[in-house]
Write a protein that binds this ligand. Structure first.
Ligand code: AKG
Length: 269
């Protein structure tokens, strides 16, 4: 069942949209994430899904496979059973044109301006920028982490947009977040060498106890801060879960030259 939502209402009432956004921006500042039900209209989801399905059978590169990352539950290598299970279709902005007008359009832009507190927003092509796939049988568990570990920007102020292309529930590996974790400082002893949260430490367990599962329906969007701790379990259903994930930053928050974050130019909105 689709959750009740205010789809399209904000676009018809710009003043209302502004008020709604400032309330939502406050919630985002407090919690480090924000769910916007129905942000992507059904016809756009349909078009994106059409292209994504085509790119998955057979898998068209560039892609990342579960076995490449070796997260808990992943096949040990690409030659093992399930070793050809994809985890991400990469360079989604470039390869899926139906996504582009939505990702850079006025509605998404308005949210990002409110959440980043800036008129001048850009979409990174270097991280995320992908279709996340979570397959039955061979998907893995993603341990607790902050995405800031992937990025080298002048300021650790980036916002990711996670678009559900189908239902996301605990059973199929919906994202879990720890509200407020984006504004906490974590002592180095709480993180392992790969910057995942060490859950064997009592202080971390207290944090993880506050986790919530972000259940989404098709077309719902989750915005989350790059310092928000998040994790996800395996998909225990018999249907693949598909989500589109992108990251935005202020235009004057530049990637550090020579790093992976500076590999491709950002798209100014
Ligand atoms: O769906 C998942 O397993 C979580 C993915 C994630 O958090 C990431 O790739 O940063």
């Amino acid at each position: 069942m689709k959750q009740p939502c205010s789809r399209n209402t904000p676009a018809r009432h710009p003043g209302h949209l502004e008020a709604l956004r400032s309330e939502q921006a406050e919630a985002f500042d407090r919690d480090g994430y924000l769910v916007v039900p129905g942000l992507c209209p059904d016809p756009i989801c349909d078009r994106i899904l059409e292209d994504v399905q085509e790119a998955l059978s057979p898998v068209l590169g560039p892609a990342e496979f579960e076995a490449d990352l070796g997260y808990p539950g992943a096949p040990p290598d690409r030659g093992a059973k399930g070793g050809d299970t994809p985890r991400r279709l990469l360079h989604a902005y470039a390869r899926f044109p139906p996504l582009r007008p939505w990702l850079t359009g006025a509605e998404v832009q308005g949210y990002l301006q409110a959440l980043l507190g800036s008129e001048n927003v850009a979409l990174s092509q270097c991280h995320h920028n992908c279709i996340m796939t979570k397959y039955p049988n061979y998907s893995s568990t993603t341990l607790w982490h902050q995405d800031v570990r992937f990025w080298s920007f002048q300021r650790p102020e980036l916002v990711s947009l996670w678009l559900a292309l189908g239902e996301e529930r605990a059973e199929n590996g919906a994202l879990q977040v720890i509200p407020g974790s984006h504004s906490k400082a974590f002592p180095a002893e709480l993180l392992d060498d790969a910057l995942f949260l060490r859950t064997d430490v009592p202080e971390s367990r207290a944090l993880v106890d506050q986790a919530i599962t972000v259940e989404l329906n098709r077309g719902d969007a989750l915005f989350f801060h790059c310092r928000t701790l998040h994790a996800a379990r395996k998909n225990q259903t018999d249907r693949v879960k598909l989500s589109a994930v992108f990251t935005y930053h202020e235009q004057d928050n530049r990637p550090v030259p020579g790093t992976k974050s500076a590999q491709y130019a950002s798209i100014a909105l």
